[in-house]
Write a protein that binds this ligand. Sequence first.
Ligand SMILES: [Zn+2]
Length: 396
Amino acid sequence: MNGSLLVDNIGELVTNSPGGGGGPLGIRRDAALLVEDGLVAWVGPARYAPAADRRVDAAGAAVLPGFVDSHAHLVFAGDRAAEFAARMAGEPYTGGGIRTTVGATRAASDDELRATVRRLRAEALRQGTTTIEIKSGYGLTVADEARSLRIAAEFTEDTTFLGAHVVPAEYADRPDDYVGMVCGPMLAAAAPYARWIDVFCERGAFDVDHARAILACGQAVGLGVRVHANQLGPGPGVRLGVELGAASVDHCTHLSDADVEALASTGTDDGGTSTVATLLPGAEFSTRSPYPDARRLLDAGVTVALATDCNPGSSYTSSMPFCIALAVREMRMTPAEAVWAATAGGARALRRDDIGVLRPGARADLVVLDAPSHLHLAYRPGVPLIRRVLHNGVPQ
Ligand SMILES: [Zn+2]
């Protein structure tokens, strides 16, 4: 859209651009923000705001960077509401239900899959998510993984090849053959549509040797590494991610001291870590499991991101505000830490510096809250506080 747009009368502007006494969230009071060509062009005190072609009046409310959901599984068919109900009645979560979704996904048409991604993408956007990562992983054949990623790429730049989600039933007694297929023809078909490669490294899914082999194959063709690690129990997934220079290790629910030390050892000059711990509290909520200990990671200097893990089995939420509220209530994060993790933290988990921050040159992705402060996202759980969303500078 042409022309400049001024977001004016901002009571609290979360920039995530520290300095000037605004704390880690880089908070500015009584601020304004100018958008040109889809980018932030200027940030400053409202009284110095430049003229613009159009104006959005924030009416004294809080304005934040749009949420960056760095972990979502949106390409699937069917739902698993009955499995959820059974789990709430006492059955444990094992990850085995993934195969139910695989069957439904293979049977669906391209248009059915595309309609589901479109619906969930729109649902997330209404709740303030302006960037979303989308994984494959419910196809698990060469053709079905490639089409999942082709459809995902219609909706996001951050697509992730997760052919190693589970070993599909037809390979149950020969997992080595499946790993060979993932590294061979499946990767070749998927890579043109993928930015990242991911593996579910967990008991019952892929062991550390298989996970290492698959991730190394992805790296060799230029994909960045992410790992589903240490969700259901302790294991080597987090340390494997660190070993391979992963952008993010995701879940991190069951961590040893060695895991935390390994993550902390990836520290960078800016005070964060190059491998981010992405926490997915929607999964613990929906599987009635103990939450990860965010405080322990933060106190060790590990960069933490929050994401939804949106998927039909273990976390069917697209709501970043819900994850923020859970992180504060259940994971001992402060509201400021949780908001940072859901915006700048997600951007770091995707190795991007153009999102999750509101400074000149960044993408004009932002939300106007129906509240005077970012604190309300955790303070008022379950309340629709996203009043307006700008995506690439365009009001949605
Ligand atoms: Zn996941």
